[in-house]
Design a protein around this ligand. Structure first.
Ligand SMILES: Cc1ncc(C[n+]2csc(CCOP(=O)(O)OP(=O)(O)O)c2C)c(N)n1
Ligand code: SF4
Ligand SMILES: [Mg+2]
Length: 293
């Protein structure tokens, strides 16, 4: 019988990918894979305990991430990644829960969940791939599509005001907010490392090429052209006021770490409140009484 030789991993992140699901569905030149590489790099650099890390995605091209990473992962329904992740966090308080999803999934159909998780300072890390459209379903206009940009449902250009996601989540209560592009891979990695080390609602927006729909429809060229645009137009401004970081069509991209502060999480606030009200009758969330001190 022919001896089957053990194959050496060809890619340094292969051991954290479900290789039986590869080839993936993403188009050549799509930026989602590069964000996945940054994420895996971050969990390796942080030496995260993989038994205590979970990834939750919604539906969309980005939503496929949960199916490709070899971690405890859940591919939920459209717009419901955050409520699923919230439930998971409450059921397993010592698990770090990462939501990895698209701009449409998180801020369109899932927008209400996004703002309420931020308001509660739920202890989650959210990685939002913003490609300015609903890519998976044919490039429809999204709450993030810049004014005047073309989309399949806006053939004469978008006339709606768009969300500035950093401003939205900061106003709602997020304690860590950063924005990068898919060109800033090491910065994305560092932000994910930081977010995983913080408690509270962390939000990292990554502006990412969608070559097949957004770029083609707007005649912006291929993935390389988009990276060139990011290179020329991105300006790093750490601590920038999130009211000043709106994105105009093909305009400047203000990127950086905008918010990094401490505030009790949902579970900490609940513990403090009920301990004050109920005293020793209250059992700390996820712990037994003698762990209180
Ligand atoms: C309840 C429901 N409504 C609509 C859809 C169709 N749908 C699937 S993905 C998607 C948009 C995804 O956009 P985004 O989150 O930006 O992800 P992308 O594909 O751009 O990465 C839509 C509208 C769905 N699957 N379920
Ligand atoms: S349609 Fe756009 S976002 Fe989806 S895989 Fe292709 S390039 Fe990426
Ligand atoms: Mg999208």
């Amino acid at each position: 019988m022919k001896k089957v030789e053990k194959r050496e991993p060809k890619n340094p992140i292969e051991n954290l990918l479900r290789m039986d699901r590869i080839p993936h569905i993403w188009c050549a030149g799509c930026g989602i894979g590069t964000v996945v590489t940054s994420f895996i790099d971050a969990i390796k650099k942080n030496k995260e305990n993989l038994d205590k890390l979970a990834v939750v995605s919604g539906i969309g091209c980005t939503g496929r991430v949960a199916g490709y990473v070899k971690l405890d992962s859940f591919h939920t329904t459209h717009g419901r990644a955050i409520p699923f992740a919230t439930g998971l966090k409450l059921a397993s308080p010592d698990t770090k829960v990462v939501v990895f999803s698209g701009d449409g999934d998180l801020s369109g159909i899932g927008g209400n969940h996004l703002i309420h998780a931020a308001r509660r300072n739920m202890d989650l890390t959210v990685i939002c791939v913003n490609n300015f459209n609903y890519a998976m379903t044919g490039g429809q206009v999204a709450p993030t599509t810049p004014m005047t940009a073309n989309a399949s449902t806006a053939p004469y250009g978008n006339f709606e005001y768009s969300f500035s996601l950093p401003n939205l989540v900061e106003s709602a209560g997020a304690t860590y907010v950063a924005r990068w592009t898919a060109l800033h891979l090491r910065r994305v990695t560092k932000s994910i490392q930081e977010a995983l080390s913080r408690k509270g609602f962390s939000f990292i927006e990554v502006i990412t090429p969608c070559v097949t729909l957004y770029a083609r429809r707007n005649r912006l060229g291929d993935g390389l052209n988009l990276l060139k645009y990011y290179y020329e137009q991105a300006e790093i401004k750490h601590g920038a006021d999130t009211r000043t970081v709106d994105i105009d069509y093909q305009g400047k991209l203000i990127v950086g770490k905008f918010v990094d502060k401490d505030k009790p999480t949902f579970q900490d606030a609940m513990d403090t409140h009920f301990s004050n009200v109920l005293g020793d009758d209250y059992q700390l969330y996820g712990r037994i009484n003698h762990e209180k001190d």
